[in-house]
Structure formats: C-alpha cells, structure tokens
Ligand binder design. Sequence first.
Ligand code: ADP
Ligand code: MG
Length: 283
Amino acid sequence: MSQPTPASVETLLEALPYIREFHGRTVVIKYGGAAMGDEELREAFATDVVLLKYVGLNPIVVHGGGPDITDYMQRLGMEVKFVEGLRVTDEQTREVAAMVLLGKVNSDIVRRLNRHGQPAVGLSGEDGTLFEVTPVANTEEVGFVGEIERVDVDVLNHIAEDFIPVIASIGVDRDGSPYNVNADEAAGKVAAGLRAHKLIFLTDVEGWLADPGDEGSRISRATVAEVEERLGNVGGGMVPKLRGCVEGIRGGVQYAHIIDGRRPHSLLLELFTDGGVGTMVTP
Ligand code: ADP
Ligand code: MG
C-alpha cells in the first residue's frame, strides 16, 4: 500500500504549477495599511516577498505610509488635515512626509528584505525620474499633492535585475519640486509601465465589498468594465485601489488583486494556492 503524501508536500505540489507559471514574471505589490501596522505582519510580508524572488518572480514593492506621517506630524505639533482623502500638504508637511516615507518606512522595508536574504534597493519617484507629476486639480486647497503624469520605469528595470526595488510614493514636477503621491495610484502606474503580470494591493479589508459595512459581501471577481460601472458608488480608500486596478489592466497587466493584508502570508495564499483570496480584477 502506498503511503499518504504528507500535507507539507501536498502544499508544495499545489504551488508547483503557479511557480512555473509565474517564473520570470513581474508582480507589483502595493504595501500599506494593516499589513504594515504590526510587527508579525511586517515580518510575514518580508518573508513572502523574499520567497517570491527566490522562486524566480520579480517582485516590486510600492508603499505609502500615511499613519507614520501623521504620527510624526503630531509629535512635531503640526496640524494634520485631509480634504476628500488627500492630506493637506504645505512645505513643512512635504518635508516631514519625505523624511518619514524614505528615512523610516522605506528603509525599514529594505532592511527586512535584506535580512531575510534578498537584497533590496529603496527609491522614490525622484530617483531616475521615475514619477513625473502635475499638481492635483484642487492644489489650492491641498498643496503639494501630485498626480502622476509620466512613469519612467528604466530605473526599475535596471534595479530589478538583481535587487528588489522598494518605492516610496513621492514624485517630482517638471521643475524638480517634490510632491506627495497616492501610493495606490503609484502602484497602478508602475504596474502599467512595466506591463507587470500581476498587481496586488494589500489592504485592511477582505477585498472590494459590495456593501462596505458587510465583510461577507466580498466581490471575488470583476472585469474592468464592471469596476468602472460601479466606481461611482465606492468610497474612501477603495477608490484609488480600484482605479489602480483599472489603470494597471488597461496598461497590460493580466490580473489585479485586492487582498486582506491583515492575514499573515496573504501574498503566498493568493499566488501559490488554488483557493483565490480577495478581489480579482481582469480585463
Ligand atoms: P490602505 O492603507 O490599505 O490604503 P485605506 O483605508 O486607504 O487602506 O483603504 C481601505 C478602506 O477602504 C477600507 O478599510 C474601507 O474602510 C474603505 N472602503 C470604502 N468602500 C469600500 C468598499 N466598497 N469595499 C471595501 N472597502 C471600502
Ligand atoms: Mg489608502
């Protein structure tokens, strides 16, 4: 009689077709919110990204860091204000935001990836002129908040050959003045610019919910057309994510996912197991 296959081996066998499919493919990961808020989740995230690189994928991390910026602003006694979800960013705020995003959040991610065995390189939209921005329409009200006009992925292609790029969502305008950029928008545009295979948003809900008050109402799959049709009824932080999905797919990304970053190793679950998690957006 043959021995039963141990569960650990079953898991590896389940992953094999996915590892084969994704080998050499680029996956852009928007990292933020819940998955960043807790030490165990930060470690799990770093382990997952390093594992992706080891098995032959090409992971690119794009991150925000809103809660940390708010925390440091409060420590400095600065006023924190939002208008329609955008942080009001005067000169001082812009300076603190850049210091926190690059000096703290970005370098923490890089350090963890390095420690887990895959060297990472931290950069922002200023490096290699990655993101060129124009001020958002209501710049009078919100200050230095930019919309990405142009993405130059050249620098990423160079870095990603040997390292994991970790990108802070800061852009510069034509005159070289830095602007705050929404990290979801940045992730969508990077994924489109690279024509990534997948774009994955880690967030603090199970996915896109038909009813935001009901966690049981997750939409497991939607086409770009369905997303656009329903975008008017979506609110809060889900809007830039869904826009990012649309932007990515219009730019040639095959699949965009919004998954629950509160769950440790949700990235591995999404990529290497049969049971899909979160919301998947397809062309
Ligand atoms: P992140 O830090 O991951 O960007 P955000 O708070 O910006 O998180 O965005 C996720 C939030 O979007 C959810 O926690 C939820 O409050 C809000 N949201 C609004 N509408 C929806 C919806 N239809 N489905 C899911 N989340 C929604
Ligand atoms: Mg957000």
